[in-house]
Design a protein around this ligand. Structure first.
Ligand code: 5AD
Ligand code: SF4
Length: 458
């Protein structure tokens, strides 16, 4: 039987006198996945999931700590929710990365209107933390990090869709000096191939066409003698799954054997997110990224030798401590050279407890960071537009993800193999269908197409 819970099953679990839970998720896909784990664990304890805070007795914020802005947003939201008058004795809990990053402040600050706190490895204790708070009236918490928790025995509660996330590893041992993740999510640990393939099989049975394998450092996956390339091959053998994506990898973990799998396995999408972070070797050293500018460029060449049209996206940080204009020019140079299809560009944000925060004063002025991010975004936009326009006239296989778009109720949207958003006019196809589409127009962010055939309907 399909163990993924849908709203029908959820209703069947409705009981009088149980509490309503609302969960809001911030940050990365791993947090999205963790919220699905939390939902599943709470449903097992007879909580009822609701879609808005007005109906909730328990409000959970699954938080992100990767940049200062994300943390500030959550604190503002906590205060707003505390003032929300929904006629209930609401309880507010913090989950995710903020609890482990701000452990002391959150536990000791009596004025913060937070009732219970659970870190990323403590979700199995969440129901008890809520009970203990209700019994004692005191703030309860569990923010211990584990070396072994992978939640591989929990079946996430998934909203029905075309993509399902599967966390294959958790934590990170890389200690990039700017990054808080090794402190908030702890040491690297991988699930067994068997548990991942079983989850993928269940998902395929439930009708999912695409899975995205997740990890903070996904390609450092290692379980007994099995590495990430082996795992990709095994997941691709699951009948019914048609697309396999993965995120986020680290450039240091791309042996040729993995590149070969990505290039040659038809089910593995031809898109690699390859976080550059900076294009200058001195800054990369300070970041502890373990590659130089030249090594990064060599890897890009190697990827393109295996598969010339591989779609590449990246993450970049501008204004890392001491970054000079000339050093920033190296980043511009790499961006121009590689011609990524898209890039997420961030201003450096000093994070408490990181190596960079201890060793390097955040000395690049805000105005310079702004100048650099604007310059790089403009360049990237030009490149993205050029790359997208080159698709005009081509035919792409698109998996329909939504029956509306941001701008239209008559258009539909989906993604091609390279993860690019494709807008199509509505027709005799729906979410979960694959269609062939001829690309007729493109902007820097989306492709527009017309459907030439429906590959197969559900
Ligand atoms: N400041 C700015 N950006 C950061 N990132 C991680 N830590 C920081 C930080 N302290 C970015 C990196 C990473 C992405 C998820 O977030 O580019 O790849
Ligand atoms: Fe952070 Fe670096 Fe680990 Fe990515 S690889 S999560 S940037 S420490």
């Amino acid at each position: 039987m399909c163990r993924v819970l849908y709203s029908g099953e959820q209703e069947a679990k409705l009981k009088p006198n149980t509490m309503n839970v609302y969960i809001e998720t911030y940050g990365c896909q791993m947090n999205e996945y963790d919220s699905e784990i939390v939902k599943s664990l709470l449903l097992e304890n007879d909580y009822i999931l609701v879609d808005n805070p007005e109906q909730a007795d328990i409000i959970l914020l699954n938080t992100c700590s990767v940049r200062e802005h994300a943390s500030r947003k959550v604190i503002a939201r906590v205060h707003a929710l505390r003032h929300l008058n929904n006629g209930r004795q609401k309880k507010i809990g913090l989950l995710g990365c903020m609890p482990t990053n701000y452990r002391r402040e959150l536990i000791n600050d009596k004025k913060l209107p937070i009732d219970f706190i659970a870190g990323p490895d403590s979700y199995k204790r969440l129901a008890s933390l809520i009970d203990e708070h209700i019994d004692s009236g005191k703030r309860t918490f569990d923010i211990r990090l584990s070396r072994s928790e992978t939640y591989s025995d929990v079946h996430p509660f998934r909203a029905q869709g075309v993509n399902a996330w599967i966390a294959v590893m958790r934590g990170c041992d890389n200690y990039c000096t700017f990054c808080v993740v090794p402190y908030t999510r702890g040491r690297e640990r991988s699930r067994s191939v068997e548990s991942i393939v079983n989850e993928a099989r269940r998902l395929a049975k439930c009708g999912y066409k695409q899975v995205t394998l997740l990890g903070q450092n996904v390609n450092s996956y290692q379980h007994s003698e099995h590495d990430f390339g082996y795992l990709l091959d095994k997941v691709s053998e699951v009948d019914g799954l048609e697309r396999i994506r993965f995120t986020s990898p680290h450039p240091k973990d791309f042996p040729r054997s993995l590149l070969r799998v990505v290039a040659e396995n038809d089910k593995v999408c031809k898109h690699i997110h390859l976080p550059l972070q900076a294009g200058n070797t001195r800054i990369l050293d300070m970041m502890n990224r373990t590659y130089s500018k030249e090594e990064f460029l060599d890897l890009v060449h190697e990827i393109r030798d295996f598969y010339p049209d591989m779609v590449l996206s990246t993450d970049i940080i501008v204004g890392f401590p001491t970054e000079t204009e000339t050093e920033f020019d190296d980043t511009v140079d790499v961006v121009a050279h590689v011609a990524f299809d898209s890039a997420f560009i961030f201003k450096y944000s000093e994070r408490k407890g990181t190596i960079a925060a201890r060793k390097y004063p955040d000395d690049v002025p805000e105005a310079i960071k702004t100048e650099r991010i604007v310059r790089l975004n403009e360049l990237q936009k030009e490149i993205s537009l050029k790359k997208n326009k080159a698709h005009i006239g081509q035919e792409h296989k698109v998996l329909i993800e939504s029956m509306t778009t941001k701008k239209s109720h008559t258009d539909v949207q989906g993604r091609n193999d390279g993860n690019k958003l494709v807008i199509l006019p509505g027709g005799d196809y729906c979410t979960g269908d694959f269609v062939r589409a001829k690309i007729v127009d493109a902007s820097a962010h989306v492709l527009k197409g017309i459907v030439t055939s429906v590959v197969h309907a559900v």
